[in-house]
Design a protein around this ligand. Structure first.
Ligand code: NA7
Length: 547
């Protein structure tokens, strides 16, 4: 339907085009579509990309892979799907993950309700008719009773605010817009700007074949070994037999990873025992060193200091040149207070003769030039610049859509000083807008498909409840929203990560207005979050106005 037709539909009839519109065909959007279709709803999904996959569609950069164990990451809802899909690595690489999501889309015939190459520009709540009018970049528009955002917390990628970014004459690319065609680094002088989880994966891969690689590091990050390896057919058979236990375990842990926080305090054990424990975690696959560390590691500065010292020691052991090792050691934050990148030989890259590290605190970038990068110390020429400069996290995806609720209020303005939500799923003044994996939700710090599943199933149950009771309107009360927002802030108070700039605190100086730390996530852990949501539902959706 075109814009005019939609506008006239909206003006003349209360009957919307669809029961629900979902924005995004990533892991969340696909599962929400599948669930709502099962309820008998008419659903349309709008997706910017040319195919399904979301994060795994866009982030095709070299070295992109899971930090979650593969077998904890797939959808859990279908035994048939679990039985037929074979993961090939303990931490699957992007191409196979994208293959998996395509398999899911085919198996459940999801594509027929997805419109690709369709970026949603605006969504306006039409109060008179009680539905949402959604407008695409193309001008096309449609209406729906429910608007469900499945935008992803890390979808709004950001280029650095450095003068001259557009002037470079060589190849340039942000990791989140990596081309579908193969990219060769052989014989090239490559620059990577950014050393977060993405930069670290990219650098490790590019260093293998580039003639020369220059890494521009602003903030050093602690990173720990991934210890990836292939999954044998025998292991896969065992994994399939263990799925119920694996998912039960993920339900118990704060981040829905397979790793559970150690119940001991750092100083309750002897220094020898502590060291042995950390050595064990460092030698094991995955996020154990972050997620299964001592219970006080992310709260008590003294506990965090000595955990950080262990990680610093590891960097010094692995990097041959002590001066480079010192540059790679974080100075302004403790271990685990930023998202921990998992690596596969990252620190050893700096022992290679074809790799150079530039510390931007010593010699900042002044501008990107047609030939390369000009720092305060020198002019450097490159064939390729890779921007691993991250995302306008969690709220960035929302800011890029002009979402207007009752009385024309914009969500962007409402959230300008930080998000205000109830359960991270609804915001007062925006009826029937449901924000899967939105801010204030447990999902952005989670083994994300597990939290997506909870969000989607909760929203599905809520819509089922509404249909059973002939209700068409749901909106959080201002009181429920205030209460939830205060609780979010209170829970984050004693967490060390709130004192540190990172995407987890919503800081991105490449974006106007995003230079202040904010609490974006529920910090009580996924099990407590789930209990909150379940209690609200059991109490007849307490905190919501239902009509
Ligand atoms: P991150 O973790 O936000 O990392 C972005 C990196 O880019 C980080 O090192 C930034 O330095 C750097 N950056 C950003 N802007 C600039 C400018 N202007 N100049 C120099 N360097 C800059 O994003 P990722 O994509 O690595 O990871 C995001 C998540 O995706 C990750 O945590 C996983 O959950 C998956 P800074 O630290 O800001 O000094």
């Amino acid at each position: 339907m075109n814009a005019q037709a939609a506008a006239s539909t909206a003006a003349s009839t209360a009957q919307p085009d669809f029961d629900a519109i979902i924005i995004g065909a990533g892991i969340a959007g696909l599962y929400q579509l599948h669930n709502l279709r099962a309820l008998g709803l008419t659903v349309k999904v709008y997706e910017t990309g040319t195919d399904v996959g979301g994060t795994w569609y866009w982030n095709r950069y070299p070295g992109a892979r899971f930090d979650s164990e593969s077998y904890t990451y797939g959808y859990a809802f279908s035994k048939e799907l679990l039985d037929e899909w074979n993961w090939v690595e303990h931490f699957e690489a992007q191409p196979n993950t994208l293959r998996y999501l395509n398999h899911v889309a085919d198996k459940f015939d999801l594509r027929k309700d997805i419109q690709f190459e369709s970026r949603v520009d605006a969504a306006r709540y039409d109060e008179a008719n009680g539905h949402w009018i959604v407008t695409l970049a193309s001008g096309e528009a449609a209406t729906a009773t429910f608007l469900i955002t499945a935008l992803g917390p890390l979808s709004a990628y950001t280029l650095p605010r450095i003068p001259g970014v557009d002037s470079f004459r060589g190849e340039a690319c942000h990791t989140a817009r990596w081309p579908k065609t193969p990219v060769s680094f052989a014989g090239k002088r490559v620059a990577v700007i950014g050393t977060g989880a993405t930069g670290i994966q990219t650098i490790t891969e590019v260093a293998k074949t580039a003639a020369h690689l220059t890494v521009f590091q602003r903030t050093a990050n602690y990173a720990a070994p991934l210890h990836n390896r292939p999954i044998t057919p025998e292991e896969m058979a065992e994994i399939k037999a263990s799925y119920p236990a694996i998912f039960a375990r993920c339900r118990e842990t704060p981040g829905c990873f397979i790793h559970m926080t150690d119940p001991r305090g750092t100083f309750e054990v002897s220094p020898e025992e502590r060291e042995a424990f950390w050595e064990k975690l460092y030698s094991e696959p995955g996020f154990g060193i972050w997620q299964a560390n001592f219970r006080d590691m992310l709260k008590d500065p003294a506990a965090n200091d000595i955990a950080s010292a262990f990680l610093k020691k590891k960097i010094r052991e692995r990097v041959k040149d002590p001066a480079i090792a010192e540059k790679l050691i974080p100075k302004n934050h403790g271990f685990g207070t930023r998202r921990v990148p998992l690596e596969s030989g990252y620190f050893e890259v700096y022992n290679q003769p074809n790799v150079r590290l530039i510390d931007l605190h010593e010699t900042p970038i002044e501008r990107i030039t047609p030939e390369g990068v000009k720092t305060s110390a020198e002019d450097l020429a490159f064939d390729m610049i890779i921007y691993a400069t991250g995302f306008d996290a969690v709220t960035g995806g929302f800011d890029r859509v002009d979402i207007r609720g009752r009385d024309g209020q914009t969500l962007k303005a409402k959230w300008a000083d930080g998000p205000k939500t109830f359960l991270g799923l609804q915001s007062a003044g925006f009826p029937n807008l449901l924000t899967i994996v939105g801010p204030h939700n447990a999902a952005a710090r989670c083994n994300i498909p597990r939290c997506i599943e909870q969000n989607v199933e909760w929203v599905t149950d809520m819509i089922r409840h509404m249909r059973q009771h002939n209700l068409t309107h749901i909106e959080a009360t201002a009181e429920a929203e205030d209460h939830w927002t205060s609780e979010i802030n209170e829970l984050a108070k004693d967490m060390l990560y709130t004192l540190v700039d990172s995407w987890m605190t919503g800081v991105n100086r490449n974006v106007e207005g995003k230079d202040v730390r904010r609490v974006l996530q529920y910090q009580g852990g996924a099990p407590a979050y789930r209990d909150h949501c379940d209690a609200v539902a059991a109490d007849g959706y307490r905190g919501f106005i239902l009509r």
